[in-house]
Design a protein around this ligand. Structure first.
Ligand SMILES: NC(=O)c1ccc[n+]([C@@H]2O[C@H](COP(=O)([O-])OP(=O)(O)OC[C@H]3O[C@@H](n4cnc5c(N)ncnc54)[C@H](O)[C@@H]3O)[C@@H](O)[C@H]2O)c1
Ligand SMILES: [Zn+2]
Length: 379
């Protein structure tokens, strides 16, 4: 007889982000929304809590999160923002800040960001600046947010000069990645997040990429064990990079694999719905491998392997059907240069020696990049 046996531990795994004085846990599993109160309560300094979410996520998950927070004795008020990238601007940030202050939050209050990367980025930035900084928790509900934006403490809004140009490094106190929330994601948004999952394999984990070649189909079709394994693996990879280079002075730049190209395509499509971020990253990673092959750093076979896997999963891997006559290689190069000028750096490319081994270079000859773009536009 074993009456004293504890209830089985919650169905989740824990990844630690190891930062001096600012370390935190990422919990990945099923059913975490319903346990949010217990986990948030454990890191909260006070009892007051503001849940920031968007109008698509609110009807799906806000009640469950609020009920759990209130069940744990937290006072949970909600702020619902419009959905979409346009919410990540100064006007919505100012409004969000005022609404937080309307709720009489104080330095002991905790903010909960419930949603995708848009909510996580603007709510995280609000947490960084309201009252000179309050604690926050990320509850990411998109695949992209679970594997990327919710981890690492980069927060930002966009300005008319470009994306993410106003922001702060502000680490969350906790990340709750409930993979059950991925079930309601559109297949398009799921696939866009999948491109970022593939990124972790390509930049530093060949075994994980091979695993994705075998299990990616099941993962995309809803297999929860596969989803959980992928989210845990990506969070562990991001946590290691962030712990090593919190402010992106070096190794963290590898996370930008495919992104120099991607940002040009996103700019060309005016950050609209023609191409969402992850979709642009998929094309960008194919081009980064193409560029690496042309420069003699990686094999043709590896470049082809990357293209094949992304295409098999249903992602766009080239500009066919996307670019119209107004797209030019020089126009795309200009977007890249503008992006870098805004950040005050040289045009840096993340290149690859093989699947699973990426490196950065600021010495890529622009003529070769132009040729890659021209060939993609001609295809
Ligand atoms: N801070 C970082 O390190 C970092 C890293 C990568 C990307 N980002 C940012 O993340 C943003 C993109 O994030 P995203 O792709 O999550 O976009 P998003 O937040 O716009 O979410 C995509 C759409 O899915 C909806 N949604 C969210 N969760 C849902 C769910 N569970 N079920 C149904 N619908 C749901 C949202 O309302 C939205 O319409 C960009 O602004 C990008 O700049 C930040
Ligand atoms: Zn990205």
């Amino acid at each position: 007889l074993n009456l004293s046996r504890e209830r089985p531990a919650a169905d989740h795994e824990t990844v630690r982000v190891d930062l001096p004085a600012r370390g935190y846990d990422i919990l990945v599993g099923q059913g975490l929304l319903a346990e949010a109160g217990r986990h948030v309560g454990a890191v909260a300094k006070g009892r007051r809590c503001a849940v920031v979410t968007d109008e698509a996520v609110a009807p799906l998950y806000l009640d469950a999160v609020r009920a759990s927070l209130e069940g744990a004795g937290l006072n949970a008020e909600a702020i619902v923002l419009p959905q979409g990238e346009h919410t990540k601007d100064l006007r919505h940030l100012g409004d969000l800040a005022d609404r937080l202050l309307d709720l009489r939050i104080d330095r002991a209050s905790i903010l909960v960001a419930l949603g995708g990367g848009v909510v996580g980025d603007i709510a995280g930035f609000a947490a960084a600046i309201v009252l000179r900084g309050i604690d926050y928790v990320q509850i990411p509900t998109t695949l992209l947010a679970q594997v990327d934006s919710a981890v690492g403490g980069k927060t930002a809004v966009n300005t008319r000069h470009g994306k993410n140009l106003l922001g702060a490094f502000h680490q969350p106190r906790l990340v709750l990645a409930d993979i059950g929330t991925l079930d309601t994601l559109s297949s398009r948004e799921f696939l866009a997040g999948y491109a970022e999952v593939v990124k972790y394999g390509l930049l530093g984990d060949a075994d994980f990429f091979s695993w994705l070649e075998r299990h990616g189909a099941a993962l995309c079709e809803g297999d929860s064990a596969a989803r959980r394994h992928a989210v845990v693996t990506c969070c562990a990879a991001k946590a290691a990079v962030v712990a090593d280079d919190e402010r992106e002075a070096g190794r963290r730049q590898l996370l930008n694999l495919g992104h120099t190209f991607a940002h040009a395509f996103e700019a060309e499509t005016a950050y609209g719905t023609t191409l969402v971020h992850g979709e642009a990253v998929a094309i960008g990673m194919v081009m980064a491998f193409e560029l690496s092959a042309r420069l003699g750093f990686c094999s043709r076979d590896d470049a082809e392997r990357v293209r094949r896997h992304l295409a098999e999963r249903g992602l766009r891997v080239g500009l066919e059907g996307l670019a119209d006559a107004s797209w030019t290689a020089d126009g795309l190069l200009e977007h890249m240069a503008h992006d870098k000028k805004a950040l005050g750096g040289a045009l840096t490319f993340v290149l690859a020696r093989r699947v699973g081994e990426a490196f950065t270079s600021s010495a890529v000859e622009i003529g070769i990049v132009r040729a890659v773009l021209e060939d993609a536009l001609d295809a």
